[in-house]
Design a protein around this ligand. Structure first.
Ligand code: MG
Length: 505
């Protein structure tokens, strides 16, 4: 035959055998017939046209040369069988094509049935040993039952090889995907990852939903993740969860295993921590044994990752709670400490230092004055006739008077001066770096400021005055108590001399 143009023909499955709609496996097996004699194609079609294997018809494709067959083979990786002539454009065109298929194209699944009209040209024993072919037929057997048998046997081993290959690829995919899933730390990311990986194991589009069940069996479902056309299922579960999906998922929870429907399958995952989740995936086809096996392996593998993520999340939450609690406790402790500190050092009524704190401060100031030969002024201030204030106006008025005394005294002092409440109505003032003359000036300023105006309390005016005894630290005094004693005598003198006055000791 001189015309090198290939022709590719299809045989349509006979409607009398089965209608396409009723056939769950509508895809035909692809069989490529390569021969330079057109009659061979016609006869082959005659023998094979009514053959159905596992419910699927055959689709015959025809090429008239090895060159054209190579192009078709490269473009169509899922051809199941090639019925291959040896002598075509060259004496060994068919044998060369065998090498090309196995070594260059790398297709090891396709079953190659070699057919020759001149057995002497290619002796069977030599060819079978030298070339990776699966069968060798003489064209004399073309019309016989032997071709039929040979094709069926080839289809059977082809499906086994494809199943093994699918299985291998699926398992590889599962190993890779579970590795990837192990890295995901948040439940949301993980759930989305599960759906993506599941669809890639099954080689379908990722139209899927992952759900958990709340409460009892047949209880409401919580959508953990959605992918593809169910991407918004988390936000709109009612819209996404069709009765078919809900039924599939509930059945999976009830039976505690995968549920496989005509165009959707539910994967059941039992997490080691006792949780259960189910993933519904749209598959367009019922899953066969290989797919189901892969799905089950996938489910058992990701169950561990699932509990990993769940543990990690709980750990993180616990950690956050713990950190929060520690921070709260620390704050409470700091506040309590500050409060204790205030109580230990401050006079609660007037907010000035208490006696204990004053003596500490005075000790430190005395040390500095001794070391550097500096002055240190002290005066004691005692309110005149304060008992009368309490008796006449009440204790609340007395307290108000004490606060006013503190405020006016402070206004007359410098920032570096210290004031403390020593007793009921007695205060002490310490003036670092101040000689006796300076201390007297300040003391007089304080006295005048107190006596200058009565204190308004609840609409009444309470007149006040104070006597003050001044005593600067002397270089031979080793403790502040000695200085304070001299200030106290001066104060006594001021009282004796008629009150509302400053005396020096
Ligand atoms: Mg030929």
């Amino acid at each position: 035959m001189s015309n090198d143009d290939p022709f590719i023909q299809e045989t349509t499955p006979s409607p009398s055998v089965a209608t396409r709609d009723a056939d769950p496996w509508p895809d035909p097996w692809l069989v490529l017939v390569v021969d330079d004699e057109p009659e061979v194609h016609a006869v082959t079609r005659l023998v094979l046209t009514r053959l159905r294997f596992r419910g699927r018809p055959l689709k015959l494709m025809s090429c008239l040369s090895a060159a054209e067959a190579e192009r078709v083979l490269r473009a169509t990786p899922d051809i199941a069988i090639i019925l291959l002539d040896v002598v075509m454009e060259t004496e060994d065109a068919g044998l060369r094509l065998v090498r090309t298929i196995r070594e260059e194209i790398g297709n090891h699944a396709i079953r190659i049935i070699l057919r020759t009209g001149q057995p002497g040209q290619a002796p069977e024993e030599d060819v079978v040993l030298a070339y990776d072919i699966n069968d060798y037929k003489s064209k004399a057997e073309l019309t016989s039952q032997k071709l039929f048998t040979s094709v069926v046997a080839a289809l059977r081993s082809y499906t086994d090889i494809v199943a093994l290959e699918t299985n291998r690829r699926g398992l590889q995919q599962i190993i890779q995907s579970t590795d990837r899933l192990f890295e995901l730390r948040s439940m949301q990311q993980f759930a989305a990852g599960v759906l993506t990986q599941l669809s890639s194991v099954l080689r379908v589009k990722p139209n899927a939903i992952l759900c958990a069940q709340r409460g009892e069996a047949d209880g409401p479902l919580t959508v953990l993740a959605g992918a593809g056309r169910y991407a918004d299922a988390v936000d709109h579960p009612d819209h996404a969860l069709t009765p078919e999906i809900v039924a599939g998922i509930n059945e999976a929870f009830r039976s505690k295993r995968g549920v496989y429907g005509a165009d959707g399958s539910t994967l059941y995952i039992r997490v080691p921590d006792g949780h259960e989740v189910a993933a519904w995936i749209h598959t367009d086809r019922p899953l066969d044994g290989v797919d189901r096996a892969l799905v089950e392996v996938f489910a058992s593998k990701i169950a561990i990752s699932f509990s990993n993520v769940s543990l990690y999340e709980r750990l993180r939450e616990a950690n956050e709670t713990l950190e929060l609690r520690v921070a709260e406790r620390t704050r409470a402790l700091e506040e309590a400490n500050a409060r204790l500190n205030r109580l230990a050092t401050l006079d609660p009524l007037t907010g000035v230092w208490n006696r204990r704190r004053f003596l500490e401060l005075a000790g430190a100031e005395l040390g500095r004055a001794r070391r550097y030969g500096r002055h240190l002024g002290i005066f004691l201030l005692d309110l005149d006739r304060f008992k009368q204030v309490n008796d006449t106006y009440g204790h609340a008025a007395g307290d108000e008077v004490l606060r006013t005394v503190v405020r006016r005294t402070r206004e007359a002092l410098r920032a570096s001066d210290h004031i403390a409440r020593f007793g009921g109505e007695e205060f002490v003032v310490m003036l670092p770096e101040t000689d006796i003359e300076g201390t007297l000036v300040v003391a007089e300023r304080v006295r005048a400021s107190l006596a200058q105006a009565p204190v308004p309390v609840e609409g009444r005016l309470v007149p006040i005055a104070a006597s003050i005894g001044v005593a600067n630290w002397l270089a031979d005094e080793t403790s502040i108590e000695q200085t304070l004693r001299r200030a106290d005598s001066a104060l006594y003198s001021a009282k004796q001399a008629g009150r509302n006055r400053v005396e020096r000791g």
